[in-house]
Design a protein around this ligand. Structure first.
Ligand SMILES: Cc1cc2nc3c(=O)[nH]c(=O)nc-3n(C[C@H](O)[C@H](O)[C@H](O)COP(=O)(O)O)c2cc1C
Length: 200
């Protein structure tokens, strides 16, 4: 697929064909492309938890769904149909350590030096590469947040070290008809609104 078509066709898919598994070589390609994302100081302080078995995917939803959310319906029912979940995680310590190395020299590991948390940015860049790769391979994918109050149970369920923060999660699978997100009613903000040429 032409790159411009991949970019224009990408949208978050929130319902999947549960009977159609994702070929392992495509999952491997998603993960491999993720590692081609840029990263500050080439720190690569990211990690990816890949779940592709019904049992582990089920445990993900149990650990991350707030109690009392009721029976799976709507959003959750569609998302639960995804055969693959990839959780991108960021590790701040890798960045603080990397930038304390001789060529960077921030030996005090002071976090106030960081204009923005590059560790989350880099994991986000890797996530976008996975979303685009999914489109290129005829798949659907959706990046979504894990509720903050569920992070501890997610970590506990999958043995994720405290130093790693899930920046969200990505469902991957073959698309099934889904409802458009109500957020899309906002409309895309065009370049005339968001680009400031020459000065603000
Ligand atoms: C950081 C981030 C967090 C998001 N969290 C959620 C989420 O929790 N649930 C969800 O259904 N979509 C989530 N989305 C998807 C957005 O709703 C979606 O990208 C936006 O409405 C534009 O639609 P499109 O990506 O299909 O073009 C998230 C997207 C981003 C980038």
């Amino acid at each position: 697929m032409e790159f411009r078509d991949v970019v224009r066709r990408r949208r978050m898919v929130r319902n999947y064909d549960p009977g159609r598994p994702v070929p392992p070589e495509i999952v491997d390609e998603l993960l491999s492309h993720a590692t081609h994302a840029p990263s500050a100081g080439f720190s690569q302080g990211w990690a990816f938890l890949m779940l592709d078995e019904p049992e582990t995917v089920g445990r993900f939803w149990t650990a991350t769904t707030p109690p009392g959310s009721g029976l799976p319906s709507g959003w959750l029912a569609g998302m639960r149909a995804a055969p693959v979940i990839i959780v991108p995680l960021s590790c701040k310590d890798v960045y603080l350590d990397r930038y304390a190395e001789a060529d960077k020299g921030w030996t005090d590991r002071d976090e106030t030096r960081w204009p923005v948390p590059y560790w989350h940015i880099d994991a986000g860049m890797a996530s976008l590469l996975m979303l685009l790769t999914a489109v290129d391979r005829g798949l659907g994918a959706c990046f979504f947040g894990i509720p903050p109050e569920q992070i501890a149970s997610f970590r506990g369920e999958f043995g994720v070290p405290e130093a790693y923060t899930p920046i969200g999660a990505i469902t991957v699978g073959y698309r099934a008809p889904d409802r458009r997100s109500p957020s899309l009613k906002r409309g895309r903000r065009g370049t005339d609104l968001v680009v400031h040429r020459g000065r603000w």
